[in-house]
Design a protein around this ligand. Structure first.
Ligand SMILES: [Zn+2]
Length: 201
């Protein structure tokens, strides 16, 4: 009986000590772990765009040509067409050029048709917008929705039948510009898309 009592007392003493040690040593570590888990990094920092691909023929634009380069006829973007010519590229998939967040996806009216704009957060330089115009279908609609590089976002269209099918594609350094006109001698706020992509592969 005495032996059993001693064992029992020792057991409870050991349990008590274990609880004390856990409270002093184990708890701070557990709290730290919970803190990290409760606040994912993605909510603190935006997911950066670290690499850019071409918006058609992923990832290098294979099977497509740039029919109207940036600056030609005061063009503020690139016009991507399928090598087959005409409307052979109608309905082809358009891909997000980099990680980013949907800024807007809506019909911008005459001359533009359906337009998708994605904001890309850059780690060491100014943020940019990529713009995809004249879409037939838009596969994304939700503003601020995160999108990954090379994810399908829409299909090539003709802006409700006013052009031969192609993708008008812009990269903007001014992330607050309105829809604009697609052409201007003033290129302030616009970047050469092909040059930009090639510099960020
Ligand atoms: Zn164009």
């Amino acid at each position: 009986m005495t032996m059993t009592k001693t064992i029992s007392r020792n057991f409870f003493l050991l349990l008590f000590l274990t609880l004390i040690i856990t409270a002093f040593i184990g708890d701070p570590a557990a709290k730290q772990a919970n803190k990290i888990e409760a606040t994912p990094l993605a909510e603190i920092l935006p997911t950066y765009a670290t690499h850019f691909d071409f918006p058609v023929g992923k990832p290098d634009g294979e099977g497509y040509y740039n029919a109207q380069v940036f600056g030609k006829n005061n063009h503020l973007g690139d016009d991507w067409n399928g090598n087959g010519g005409g409307d052979t590229d109608f309905g082809d998939t358009i891909y997000s050029v980099a990680n980013g967040y949907i800024q807007s996806a809506e019909n911008q009216g005459s001359g533009w048709g359906k337009v998708i704009m994605i904001k890309h957060y850059m780690e060491t330089e100014s943020n940019v917008i990529s713009l995809y115009a004249h879409c037939d279908k838009m596969l994304v609609t939700k503003a601020n929705h995160f999108i990954r590089r090379s994810e399908p976002i829409g299909t090539i269209g003709n802006a409700d039948g006013i052009y031969p099918a192609h993708l008008h594609f812009e990269i903007r350094s001014d992330t607050d510009l309105g829809i604009g006109g697609g052409y201007s001698a003033n290129t302030s706020g616009y970047l050469d898309p092909t040059k930009f992509i090639k510099a960020h592969r």
